[in-house]
Design a protein around this ligand. Structure first.
Ligand code: GTP
Length: 504
């Protein structure tokens, strides 16, 4: 008898549903409020046995499906109905289940069955499981005695024992405010002009950004026309795992409606999760004069904060950015949003400060080369022109490396530890780029006379790079030991016949 337990977001999720059949494997998925029960009728085939939807003390049940099914997460081919209580893809009907005990606090929801799939081998189990409302978790499992244990849960849920959870960045705002364009330009290198042909988003688009250990998050692009406060839409789940909420306001349009929507969004989100960073992008400012930009920012800032003050919610902090996809402002704004989600930021800033003060460098940025967002800089102020030059330099190095660089096993990757670039500017300043890791580059600005001591700079850079590697190592070690701890804890709670006790 094998039991596979998968748990999700809430540490308090009950985990007492046990395998009851001696020959079959039952899969219980306990992700906060969502439960489904599947049964492996015979090796190599997963069948939906029960889909349960629980509401307080009541719950619903649907009988088993006949075809082999594999749960999968919401993807581009799915309809947005999947996330609502529409009839669409939800697999539960009203009813009463005689077996559903010990899970009284679970609330009504529907289990989404999206994809039929071929048989899957329990030994190599590797499943994606999807729930209504875009909750997704992925799992893999391995045999441990006669118990199949999950050994990895990713995407969107905060597993109490895992530090692997990627923070979510939500992109919200009215229709046509520019949300999808921002995502495409920053993370897909789409040229701004191409965004003119983007179609309106009609479902949540979720994307993983994992360029390095430091830059790792999910972006959820919300359709403008969706009323996510519809009672059937689980906004609590969405906000709970959110690190930053970016609200995009089209500055070229009348923003009265956008401001009231911003207020509603922020107050709801804050109630669910007061730790969210609220970021307001006053977008499409390319069409405005400098004076006009400042005036708009002041007005939006004042009105948004007045609304919060009227609701006695002055403690909610909103950060404002003037952005446009037609210049580097969008990259800069995104850099600042992402930086707030990097726990190692103070360490990185300290390292950069030490490095520049000992090397005669004026300004240094640590860049994620793929997205061109800078994940850290020293404590001196950032000047937009300097930042733009850095972005251009990265473009030159990375684009030329990728287009014309050697490929093949013997050549290695075009951007590697040897990668560096020096540009002497016409104002006696030198730009110096060096690879830090596969995904990170250091770009420095310094005076020509300081660059004469290049040997010293390179030595200091070597020390800086080692320190960065140590920060990575510590992070990895912490993750590994947490994982080990959670595995030990769970195996201790598992008695030999595959049953499992409630965690404390
Ligand atoms: N001038 C200007 N236009 C922009 C900017 N960003 C986006 N746009 C344009 O705004 C229009 C709408 O952009 P989208 O990205 O589709 O907007 P959206 O918010 O995702 O829209 P929905 O999917 O309907 O919610 C497109 O024509 C873009 O080219 C910007 O910074 N400046």
């Amino acid at each position: 008898m094998h039991s596979l337990f998968v748990w999700g977001r809430e540490a308090s999720s009950p985990l007492r549903l046990l395998s009851q059949s001696s020959s079959a494997v039952q899969l219980f998925i306990l992700a906060g409020r969502y439960v489904c029960v599947t049964q492996l009728e015979s090796e190599g085939e997963v069948k939906v046995h029960h889909g349960l939807a629980i509401s307080g003390d009541n719950y619903n049940e649907v009988d088993g499906e006949n075809e082999a099914l594999l749960f999968d997460y919401y993807d581009d081919d799915d309809d947005f109905d999947t996330f609502t209580d529409g009839d669409g893809d939800c697999g539960c009907d009203d009813g009463v289940s005689p077996n559903a005990v010990d899970i009284p606090q679970l609330r009504a929801s529907k289990v989404t069955v999206i994809k039929s799939a071929a048989a899957c081998d329990m030994k190599e189990w590797n499943a994606s499981v999807g729930f209504a409302h875009n909750s997704t978790l992925m799992l893999s499992s391995s045999h441990s005695g006669n118990m199949i244990q999950t050994d990895g849960i990713m995407l969107g849920f905060s597993d109490p024992f895992s530090s692997e959870v990627k923070p979510r960045i939500l992109l919200m705002g009215l229709r046509r405010s520019g949300k999808s364009s921002i995502q495409k330009v920053v993370f897909h290198k789409m040229s701004p002009n191409e965004t003119l042909f983007l179609e309106s988003t009609n479902k949540i688009c979720r994307e993983d950004v994992s360029n390095s250990s430091f830059v790792s998050f999910q972006i959820w692009d919300f359709p403008g026309q969706i009323d996510f406060f519809d009672p059937t839409f689980d906004y609590e789940m969405i906000f709970r795992g959110t690190g930053a909420l970016i609200f995009v306001i089209d500055s070229q349009d009348d923003y009265v409606e956008a401001l009231s929507r911003l207020h509603l969004t922020v107050t709801r989100a804050y109630k669910v999760n007061p730790d969210i960073n609220f970021e307001v992008f006053i977008h499409k400012v390319d069409g405005l004069s400098d004076d006009h930009k400042i005036e708009k920012q002041r007005d939006i800032h004042k009105r948004a904060n007045d609304d919060l003050a009227d609701a006695s919610l002055e403690r909610i902090h909103l950060s404002f950015y003037l952005t446009s996809i037609y210049d580097h402002s969008i990259f800069e704004a995104f850099s600042k949003v992402v930086q707030k989600l990097i726990p190692q930021l103070p360490t990185l800033e300290n390292l950069l400060n030490i490095f520049i003060s000992n090397s005669g460098i004026e300004k240094a940025f640590l860049f994620d080369v793929v997205s061109k967002i800078y994940i850290a800089t020293d404590s001196s102020p950032v000047d937009m022109q300097t930042y733009e030059l850095c972005c251009d330099m990265i473009d030159v190095v990375i684009d030329i490396s990728c287009i014309y660089g050697l490929t093949g096993d013997e050549a290695g990757t075009p951007y590697d530890k040897e990668s560096m670039a020096i540009i002497h500017l016409n104002n006696t300043t030198v730009m110096y780029l060096k690879e830090v890791t596969k995904f990170l580059a250091l770009v420095c600005f310094l005076r020509e006379e300081s660059f004469e001591r290049k040997g010293l700079i390179d030595y200091n850079f070597h020390c800086f790079k080692k320190a960065i590697e140590e920060v990575f190592d510590v992070r990895l070690k912490v993750q590994r030991s947490r994982k080990l701890l959670s595995q030990r804890r769970w195996s201790r709670q598992t008695v030999p016949n595959g049953t499992q006790v409630h965690p404390h």
